[in-house]
Each structure stands twice: as structure tokens, then as C-alpha cells.
Design a protein around this ligand. Structure first.
Ligand code: ADP
Ligand code: MG
Length: 250
């Protein structure tokens, strides 16, 4: 998914630590091979109008993404792929690409997924890293571990003798355990034209890159939730999405 991942953990000895690192990184490599749209052979890149059997992991992410799209009325939409691709390659958008973006046209049923229209693409850039961090934290198999996939951080039990992991987000130092924090903004990735700053984050409802300057951090129970909701709030700028999302979960 085109990012560096850091793993910090506590173990009883060096051999146990090494084995835990190996399990965490192996899990990340596995998730990346499923979810990365930078890879033509990933599961997500193979989605088309013909239903294919998908992994439990991809199904989890796509189902969760759907709930966030519903709650955000399309501000968050992983079918944004045709637009993000044009933006990455040409710094432009077309109406044809926008017409292909609609989370309602991505079907997930009985372990299979498919698109309603040819030319659709899924981009998990706003949700995959949080999920990968969750999975790596679990796979490490030690109690006290922190996974940092750039702006997406997941931590489990606190370091020995501490109240929690100290993590910086939104200019604050948070003390977290069994929690995740994700930040979505443009401090690292943006593009400038005629003095205007364009984000790598797109508003799928209008088919344009965000130009408002906003950075959002979300603390949640897991990385999947924190990552998706941080991007959602970055796009919508509207915290009422959180209420709608929580209501749906109940
Ligand atoms: P970062 O990748 O910087 O951590 P985000 O988690 O917010 O930030 O993810 C941004 C990425 O998500 C973009 O690079 C793009 O691949 C994808 N994306 C852009 N706009 C949207 C959107 N409205 N909904 C879902 N995914 C998006
Ligand atoms: Mg995100």
C-alpha cells in the first residue's frame, strides 16, 4: 500500500521479539498482496463485473467501507478508484470517471464481490492501512505492541509499567491502550497548481480533489474504524457522520 510500517513491541527475550516481528510483517505483506491497488495482481485489482470469491479479509474491509459510505452519504467511497487513478496519473478528472464512482454499485454477497458497471475500481487507500495495522498487532502474538503505518496507529496492551502508549496526534500527546488513532490530512501528500493546494483526498460527490485545509485525527477501538472515519471527516468536515455511524452499528 505504498507506506512504511513501524512495529514496536515488548517480549521476554530477543528470540521471542524476533518471532513476533516476523509474524507482524508477514501479516502486513499478506494484507498488502490482497488490498493494494498499486498491484495489478492483488485481489482488489481483480474485481470486475464477474463475481469472484474474495478472502475473508477483503470482505471485512468492503463491508465496513459500505457502512461508512452509508453513514457519510458517499463522502467516503472506496469505489473512488477511477478518480484517484486519473488524479495520480494526469492530475485531472473526467465526468466519465465520476460516473463510475458509487458505493451502491459494488456488490458483496456470500463471499463474492463484483461491480455493477465495467470500468469501476476499488481504492482502499483510506482504510487498508488501518486494517493492516489491526491485523499485524494481532498477528504479533505479544500483549504489548504498537503498529504505526504512517498516519495510522494501532496499539494493544500498554508497555510494562506504563499507563499506555504515548502517541502524538492533532498536536496532542495521547496515552492509549487497546485503541487506534488515525490522521487524515495533507501535510505529507498534496499538489500545488496556481498557488492552490490540492489534496490526494477526493470528494466523490463532486468529483474533485479537496482544497480546504483540514487535518482530522480520530481515536477508535480499532484501526479499520479510525482510518476510515478520519478520511470521512476530512472530506465531509461534519462530525454528525459519527452519530449516524454509531447509530447504524447498534
Ligand atoms: P493517508 O493515505 O494520507 O493516510 P487517508 O487515510 O485519508 O490518508 O487516505 C487517502 C487515500 O484514500 C487517497 O490517497 C486515496 O487513495 C483514497 N481516497 C481519496 N479520497 C477518498 C474518499 N473520498 N473515500 C475513500 N477513499 C478515498
Ligand atoms: Mg484513512
Amino acid at each position: 500500500m505504498g507506506t512504511l510500517v513501524g512495529v514496536t513491541l515488548y517480549a521476554r527475550n530477543a528470540a521471542e521479539a524476533r518471532a513476533a516481528f516476523e509474524r507482524a510483517f508477514a501479516r502486513i505483506a499478506y494484507i498488502d498482496a490482497l488490498l493494494s491497488d498499486y498491484r495489478a495482481d492483488s485481489e482488489v485489482s481483480r474485481l470486475s463485473t464477474t463475481p469472484i470469491t474474495i478472502s475473508r479479509e477483503l470482505e471485512t474491509v468492503l463491508r465496513f467501507a459500505r457502512r461508512v459510505s452509508e453513514a457519510s452519504q458517499g463522502a467516503f467511497d472506496v469505489t473512488v478508484g477511477p478518480l484517484t487513478r486519473l488524479w495520480r496519473e494526469k492530475r485531472a478528472f473526467t465526468d466519465d470517471a465520476k460516473a463510475l464512482v458509487n458505493w451502491r454499485d459494488l456488490h458483496v454477497e456470500n463471499g463474492k464481490a463484483w461491480f455493477a458497471k465495467p470500468g469501476m475500481r476499488v481504492d482502499l487507500g483510506a482504510i487498508g492501512k488501518g486494517f493492516a495495522a489491526d491485523e499485524a498487532a494481532r498477528a504479533a502474538g505479544v500483549a504489548s505492541v504498537l503498529i504505526a503505518a504512517s498516519g495510522d496507529i494501532v496499539c494493544r496492551e500498554a508497555p510494562p509499567g506504563e499507563k499506555g502508549w504515548r502517541v502524538e496526534a492533532a498536536g496532542k500527546v495521547l496515552t492509549l491502550r487497546h485503541a487506534a488513532v488515525s490522521t487524515s490530512g495533507d501535510s505529507r501528500q498534496f499538489f500545488e497548481r496556481d498557488g492552490k493546494r490540492y489534496s490526494h483526498i477526493i470528494d466523490p460527490r463532486v468529483g474533485a480533489a479537496m482544497t480546504t485545509e483540514l487535518e482530522v485525527s480520530v481515536v477508535a477501538r480499532n484501526g479499520l474504524t479510525a482510518d476510515a472515519l478520519a478520511t470521512t471527516l476530512r472530506v465531509s468536515g461534519d462530525a454528525s457522520v459519527l452519530k449516524r455511524f454509531a447509530a447504524r452499528r447498534a
